[in-house]
Design a protein around this ligand. Structure first.
Ligand code: NAD
Ligand code: UDP
Length: 321
């Protein structure tokens, strides 16, 4: 007899950093996983260990185009998340967020199934309210270099709520704050992977601006746990998920130098335009509604991430100079 608790779950962006951890966790829980990815920033290496499972299936597909599959739940994680990569092809980034959301919401509507959206703290832009709560509407430049991502994700949220209001689609919208961990790509361009890769090679640590801008870093395992809790709850969101402990970027650099025992020097490079000056989630909603709070400290998470990049180095994966 079929176990009704076991589902067939679609994870878009499943070959990326977060998506691959999510696929792994859902398989561990006994579900069947259909992973869809176009390998824009994801890679086969992230999911190679899952390919042996007969409950895991991979499909190479761009979510800008309609997808006809039969599943019980959808997690939409497809979208480049690093400023370096989402700015490389900004029009494709908007298409992924907007056309991708429309295609997947259409699928969820036909299947009458739950759909989770990996939204972002970027919907708050360079925030005037600190820490950021879900009822803050944000401060986003509509025509800047980050807009393809920020406005794309904002439009996707609009689509999610309109499909919910008009078509009763069961949505789950999570606003994810900076998350890091093993399987970030060494050339990803985001701050944690950049600093660790630089430190491990005793290369200069590149701080953009004076390093006083802040971020709050969540370890991947904490993030995946709360994403699944949200999906399994009755909440539609939007709901902030992330770690509320805030650090200046300069503190992050110093901590990574210390943990790696690196001889790297800190150098300063120009701050990219529209780079948010501060970011910290108010997670009271996630705490109260999902009974969740992050468990992994920055130091603990950094150690695991450093070990991962060390093993990449040993395997001879080359990093940029
Ligand atoms: P990532 O770049 O590692 O993963 C994104 C994945 O989506 C990649 O595998 C990529 O190949 C795939 N992809 C991109 N465009 C696609 C398309 N058109 N069709 C199919 N696949 C496509 O990034 P990540 O950090 O794992 O982020 C995953 C999701 O979480 C993204 O939607 C991102 O916006 C969101 N998010 C992440 C963070 C974070 O700190 N990691 C913060 C906020 C939001
Ligand atoms: N940053 C930095 N050096 C780097 C990469 C990023 O100083 O090599 C800074 C960046 O300017 C930003 C912060 O670190 O202020 C976080 O950048 P990231 O690209 O990781 O994410 P986001 O800006 O989207 O939060």
């Amino acid at each position: 007899m079929k176990d009704l608790r076991k589902k067939r779950i679609l994870v878009t962006g499943g070959a990326g950093f977060l998506g691959s951890h999510l696929c792994e966790r859902l398989l561990q829980e006994g579900h069947d996983v259909l992973c869809v990815d176009n390998f824009f920033t994801g890679s086969r290496e992230n999911i190679i260990h899952l390919l042996d499972s007969n409950r895991f299936e991979f499909m190479r597909h761009d979510i800008c185009f309609p997808l006809y599959v039969e599943v019980d739940e959808i997690y939409n994680f497809a979208c480049p998340a690093s400023p370096l990569h989402y700015q490389a092809d900004p029009i494709q980034t908007i298409k992924t967020s907007v056309f991708g959301a429309m295609n997947l919401l259409g699928l969820a509507k036909r299947l009458n199934c739950k759909i989770f959206q990996a939204s972002t703290s970027e919907v708050y832009g360079d925030p005037h309210v600190h820490p950021q709560k879900e009822d803050y509407w944000g401060n986003v430049n509509p025509i800047g270099i980050r807009s393809c991502y920020d406005e794309g994700k904002r439009c996707a949220e609009t689509l999610f709520f309109d499909y919910h209001r008009k078509n009763h689609v069961q949505i789950r919208v999570a606003r994810i704050f900076n998350t890091y961990g093993p399987r970030m790509h060494p050339n990803d361009g985001r701050v944690v992977s950049n600093f660790i890769v630089q430190a491990l090679q005793n290369q200069p640590i590149t701080i953009y601006g004076d390093g006083t801008q802040t971020r709050s870093f969540c370890y991947v395992d904490d993030l995946i746990e709360v994403a699944i809790r949200l999906m399994n709850s009755q909440e539609i969101g939007p709901i902030n998920i992330g770690n509320p402990t805030e650090f200046q970027i300069i503190d992050l650099a110093e901590q990574i130098i210390q943990l790696t025992g690196s001889s790297s020097q800190i150098i300063h490079q120009p701050l990219p335009s529209d780079d948010p000056k501060q970011r910290r989630p108010d997670i009271s909603k996630a705490k109260a509604l999902l009974n969740w709070q992050p468990r992994v400290s920055l130091q603990e998470g950094l150690k695991a991430t450093i070990a991962y990049f060390e093993s990449c180095l040993k395997l001879g994966i080359s990093y940029p100079g």
